[in-house]
Ligand binder design. Structure first.
Ligand code: URA
Length: 433
């Protein structure tokens, strides 16, 4: 078999066999296929797609490409949550400790930023000292003792995805349904969770631009999860505006901490956090969605979820004093972006805001790039809000003020101000189970 023939076959739109995917995954991991040929293969998949059968083949091959995360030492119902990627999406930081405070076990393996979207691992690393790479037995111990642990994907867990993820990020091959489905579900199949809640984002800030695309992606991922014996549900969510009021690593961590501490925050973010948490609890058989939601509200209000977060951070060697006093996070220098005219914010091109945040240093342009944790955007005005000319619509943060001009221009290009009040979409668009 030759990789060039497989690339050609995919380029010409033919269906690949199990043996061919086995060859690609196996030889790539052994280092026998160079990155430039994998990049060409990914681009062929991007344009020609994959059949459902191909998606299942590749997902299973990727899942067994490295160590399995056994989790059998963890007592209780183990439930994971994973997002297809969003802008300002810090739900995992709140949902994971909240679900744990309600009584399920959350052993979560998260990713880094991808394309214009942020990653939970990068966000957690903005807490000084927080270790995202831990031995699996330490991870299991933390889940058993605290109820929750969030780590990054180690080199040995689904190594094919780890390598592909980094290449996709820098070759414009992220927003491909089969590549997202195989990437997410291979990681879910490699870990022995009992249940999985998928947050499938839809809209201008998501890789799924239309409802149909999001629903199709959700369907295939839910079917793969259920077929593997894991109770799986997808929550379809609106990403036609940034989620919450911040984009960027430290900024999002601060927003998540404040929500955990006070139970108060942006209403769409709070609603989504409660929807995702109650889906996790309900999968664990803790009652119907409404009673699970009530329990989650209670645990948020009593501060038990915040305590879980502090305990998790402390066991990961993170500096908990930053959680107690969030003013300790360095948030860079700032620049206000002003409304160019009066009216209602009618539309936000959310991907544009994600890119504007990357321009400030919040993400990577190449695999080697270092992130500026302080970089990002405070979303002061969002869809449906009224602004006067000169009102602050966003605040840019960065350690490098030379990056402001390009980012400001992107924010202004991404926002539409009109005369008519446009009601934002609901944040939860539906469920696929
Ligand atoms: N999250 C993942 O883990 N992989 C993707 O491809 C997209 C989001």
């Amino acid at each position: 078999m030759r990789i060039v023939d497989i690339i050609k076959k995919k380029r010409d739109g033919e269906e690949l066999t199990h043996e061919e995917f086995d060859y690609v995954a196996g030889e790539y991991i052994k280092g026998n296929i160079p990155d430039y040929q994998i990049a060409a293969f990914l681009m062929a998949v991007y344009y020609k797609g994959m059949t459902n059968q191909e998606i299942v083949y590749l997902t299973k091959l990727m899942a067994k490409s490295g160590d399995k995360i056994d989790l059998s030492n963890i007592k209780g119902f183990k439930v994971d949550k994973h997002s297809t990627g969003g802008v300002g999406d810090k739900t995992s930081l709140v949902v994971a400790p909240l679900a744990a405070a309600c009584g399920v076990k959350v052993a979560k393996i998260s990713g880094r930023g991808l394309g214009h979207t942020g990653g939970t691992v990068d966000k957690l690393e903005s807490i000084p000292g927080y270790k995202t790479q831990l031995p699996i037995d330490t991870f299991e111990d933390i889940v058993n003792d605290v109820g929750v642990s969030i780590i990054g994907q180690s080199a040995n867990v689904v190594p094919v995805d780890k390598k592909l993820y980094a290449i996709r990020d820098v070759t414009a091959t992220v927003d491909s349904l089969p590549l997202i489905a195989t990437s997410i579900m291979s990681k879910k199949l490699a870990a022995a969770d009992d249940g999985i809640v998928l947050e499938v984002t839809i809209g201008s800030g998501s890789f799924n631009k239309t409802f149909d695309a999001g629903e199709k992606l959700a369907r295939i991922m839910v079917d793969i999860g259920n077929a593997a014996g894991k109770k799986t549900v997808a929550v379809l969510t609106d990403m036609n505006q940034p989620l919450g009021r911040t984009i960027g690593n430290s900024l999002e961590v601060v927003e998540a901490i404040e929500l955990l501490k006070t139970g108060k925050g942006d209403s769409r973010l709070l609603e989504l956090v409660l929807a995702l948490t109650s889906a996790m609890l309900s999968l664990a058989g803790m009652g119907d969605i409404n009673s699970c939601k009530e329990l989650a509200i209670k645990k948020l209000k009593t501060g038990e979820a915040y305590k879980k977060f502090c305990d998790m951070v402390s066991r990961h060697e993170g500096d908990v004093s930053f959680l107690r006093d969030t003013s300790k996070f360095y948030l860079g220098v700032t620049k206000e972006v002003l409304a160019p005219k009066e009216g209602y914010i009618a539309k936000i091109d959310t991907e544009g805001y994600g890119l504007a945040s990357l321009y400030l240093g919040a993400g990577r342009n190449t695999m080697e790039d270092k992130i500026d944790f302080s970089a990002g955007i405070e979303v002061v005005k969002t869809v449906g809000e009224y602004v006067h000319k000169g009102d602050v619509i966003a605040i840019l943060h960065s350690t490098n003020k030379d990056l402001f001009a390009q980012s400001e221009q992107k924010v202004l290009e991404s926002i539409q101000i009109g005369d008519i009040l446009i009601e934002p979409n609901p944040v939860v668009l539906g469920y696929v189970q």
